[in-house]
Design a protein around this ligand. Sequence first.
Ligand code: SF4
Length: 64
Amino acid sequence: MKLYIEFEKCCGFGECIALAPDLFRMGGDNRAQLIGDGTVQPAEQERARTAAFACPAEAIEVEE
Ligand code: SF4
């Protein structure tokens, strides 16, 4: 699984970071960033899907 963030959509509320702090962090521009290259290990995949679903801006894309 791989994650992508559409940065222009991100509104910086941080739901993704609260739900999956191992996968997302806040950037200096108040938009979420991926930690690493966005590749998600199997143990983290359910949390990644939860974070993507919770994003109010639909800014997180999940490639299965
Ligand atoms: S949940 Fe969505 S809008 Fe909020 S910080 Fe994460 S990517 Fe940005």
